[in-house]
Design a protein around this ligand. Structure first.
Ligand code: IMP
Length: 440
């Protein structure tokens, strides 16, 4: 294990503010790796004064010294990749060229135009029970991967054969769209004409990333593994079926990079000081509007990928503790504590009650979960601004108690606390947090 490597995971439903933590750590990293998910993720960054939203590229791409890798577990949409590379180039951040800083695994699966169409058709067919996906084709692409009918980036080496396979896939999807969903077919020639140029651009970036990562590891390079989404959206451990289609925990990092558990370094779990969720699915501590709207407005809680307003609620420590245990989290990076400033009382959920029984974990069945009610502990709030706090001791006493309560209930130390949007608006005290603060 390399002590200077880090793995960053979201311990809620995504959108915990991983981007800021990753951005700080990437400054001290040689290799940044994304291992799962695809263009469903969303990270807003500013390059050359321009706001850019990255979905597929590792956020570390902004740090010119870092080599970025899209690992085998990621599902890659060449159209989205081309769009993001263009956006970055327009802001002066050049990725392709002689000093190419991006490598895409030859084992990664391609998100095809038919996957995007199937995502929309399947969501429409589910009606009120829809998952609320990002409509980026993620689920259908992973479905093809698991059913062993997907197309992988490695196939781009022979574009003639690839085009034939792509056309076959599109023709098959048209039969499914018509027969199963009564949806309009795709214009195959138009889709191929739109898709192939992006594939041609992607082809030179494709390589054996697993071998590359092993060599870099042997050379003692510092790694940053970028988790996407959050542990409660995990395909196995999340609130199924209201989940994404990949493993969003350390398992996804290992399987999606080809490295071993010994090489993950410190595991940092990012937790927002309250909860948010986009899309459907259970959310026990959700605040009905207008209370939820207060957090949404103050925290700017609108999806970076879809622009959808995020559902907002109090911190659910049952969920965070569960996510932390699943992933052997070494330290929590707590984000957006400042957003709670001004709340007179801040409830935190410390247990659930199911049929009159107190439980301390998340039931697997949705019908059990639907009968759960949150057990809250009410913590006193604070009115003082946190913006100038740089040590835990600078925090108002009640804010300090809030952080201590999170540590006591989850059993995980808080190593880093975000007290404002700025890069330097950070408190850190443990070793894990110190690395982050140093980077800031
Ligand atoms: P999919 O990943 O697009 O299939 O969407 C499945 C579920 O995961 C939906 O509820 C999405 O809103 C949610 N989701 C996917 N990616 C993210 C993310 O990066 N942040 C928050 N929610 C996400």
């Amino acid at each position: 294990m390399t002590a200077s490597s880090s793995t960053v995971l979201g311990l809620q439903w995504g959108d915990e503010g991983k981007g800021k933590v990753i951005d700080l750590l990437a400054a001290q990293t040689d290799v940044v790796v994304r291992c799962q998910g695809g263009a469903n993720a969303g990270h807003t960054v500013v390059v050359g004064g321009r706001k850019t939203v990255l979905h597929l590229l590792p956020s570390g791409i902004l740090h010119e010294a870092a080599d970025c890798v899209i690992g085998n577990g990621v599902v890659v949409d060449p159209l989205e990749l081309a769009k993001e590379l263009d956006q970055l180039a327009a802001g002066g951040c050049v990725v392709e060229g002689p000093r190419n800083r991006l490598t895409v695994s030859d084992r990664a699966h391609l998100v095809l135009p038919c996957h995007v169409a199937l995502d929309a058709a399947s969501e429409a067919a589910k009606g009120a029970g829809k998952v609320g996906t990002t409509l980026r084709g993620i689920g259908p692409c992973y479905t093809d991967k698991a059913s062993r009918s997907g197309l992988r980036t490695g196939e781009l080496r022979d574009l003639t054969t690839f085009e034939r396979r792509l056309r076959e896939h599109l023709a098959h999807t048209n039969r499914v769209l018509a027969g199963v969903y009564q949806a309009a077919p795709l214009d195959i020639d138009a889709q191929v004409a739109r898709y192939l140029p992006a594939c041609r651009r992607l082809a030179p970036l494709v390589a054996d990333t697993t071998g590359f990562l092993h060599r870099q590891m042997a050379a003692g390079k510092r790694f940053l593994f970028e988790g996407a989404q959050g542990v409660l959206l995990d395909l196995d451990h999340g609130t199924y079926p209201f989940v994404t289609s990949s493993c969003t925990g350390v398992g996804g990092i290992i399987a999606g990079s080809g490295l071993s558990h010994r090489q993950l370094g410190q595991v940092i779990g990012v937790v927002k000081a309250y909860s948010t969720r986009v899309g459907g699915g259970p959310f026990l501590t959700e605040l009905p509007d207008p209370q939820g709207e207060i957090l949404r407005k103050r925290g700017g809680e609108y999806g970076a990928t879809t622009g959808r307003p995020r559902r907002c609620g109090w911190l659910d420590l049952v969920a965070v503790r569960f996510a932390g245990r699943l992933n052997g989290v070494d330290a929590i990076a707590l984000t957006k504590l400042d957003i709670l400033t001004g709340e007179p009382v801040i409830p935190v959920c410390v247990a659930y009650e199911l049929d009159g029984r107190r439980i301390d974990t998340i039931p697997s069945r949705l019908d059990d979960l639907a009968r759960c009610t949150p057990v809250y502990e009410s913590l006193p709030g604070w009115a003082e601004s946190l913006a100038k706090c740089r040590k835990r001791a600078d925090l108002p006493a009640n804010a300090r108690s809030y952080v201590e309560r999170i540590e006591a209930i989850t059993g995980i130390p808080v190593g880093w606390i975000g007290v404002g949007p700025g890069r330097d608006e950070v408190i850190s005290e443990t070793a894990a947090g110190a690395a982050l603060a140093e980077a800031a």
